[in-house]
Design a protein around this ligand. Structure first.
Ligand code: CA
Length: 229
């Protein structure tokens, strides 16, 4: 496979750098059940990558046939974040440090940028300790910086802009179909890693250019593939 040599890597956070999706999904499930809105524990893995507002509106449309008000979005997202914070701190995804270090050590030293739909301070605050030098605050796109989140192209377009690189010169690392759609819509070469219950077929349907079954596999193979080009 011919992969363009990237000038920047745009990394998703939840489910990619951190094994945080089980906590996010169970927090969403608990909060939505508290509201009396019918839902399943599994569906929240599919909404991964979207902003809190997008997910709350999807649930409100389904249950009540209308969008949530700004006040409802804020109240429910804050409740979800509160439940998330009460859970054990998620571990760094196995293989994530190895991948970040390997791409930073490539001979042409590509940049690393964080592109997340999250505004979760507990994880964002751990990045500098867990990935030293890779994602300082000026190299982050979060839910606080973009209006339209994934699956819209905006987050990755902004990530490319932060790097000062055309989207075509970026590789996106994602673990969720909505994130893959966003990366492709932005025009980036998009790598999907199946780190949770979502099968690789969903990543292919979303348009992934390349799919790995784990972060250790991605860390072992992707840098080598890039060096061969
Ligand atoms: Ca993710």
């Amino acid at each position: 496979m011919n992969i363009p040599r990237p000038k920047a890597f745009l990394f998703d956070m939840d489910g990619t750098l951190y094994d945080s999706m089980p906590n996010h999904a169970s927090s969403w499930y608990q909060m939505v059940c508290e509201q009396g809105i019918p839902c399943t524990p599994e569906e929240f893995f599919l909404y991964e990558g979207a902003t809190g507002a997008w997910t709350v509106n999807l649930l409100f449309q389904r249950a009540y046939g209308r969008d949530a008000s700004a006040e409802e979005v804020q109240r429910l997202y804050e409740r979800k974040a509160e439940i998330f914070r009460s859970k054990p701190h998620p571990r760094v995804m196995p293989g994530a440090r190895e991948l970040v270090e390997a791409v930073r050590a490539l001979p042409w030293h590509p940049q690393t940028i964080l592109v997340t739909g999250s505004a979760q301070g507990s994880l964002l605050g751990s990045l500098n300790d867990d990935f030293p030098g890779a994602f300082p605050e000026e190299r982050r796109v979060t839910a606080l910086n973009v209006k339209r989140g994934k699956p819209a192209p905006d987050p990755f377009l902004q990530g490319a802009s932060l790097a000062g690189v055309d989207p075509q010169g970026c590789i996106v690392i994602e673990n969720a179909p909505l994130g893959v759609q966003s990366g492709k819509a932005a025009g980036c070469f998009t790598v999907a890693v199946t780190t949770g219950p979502i099968p690789r077929e969903r990543m292919a349907e979303a348009g992934a250019d390349l799919i790995f079954d784990s972060m250790p596999e991605c860390a072992a193979k992707l840098p080598e593939m890039l060096c061969k080009n």
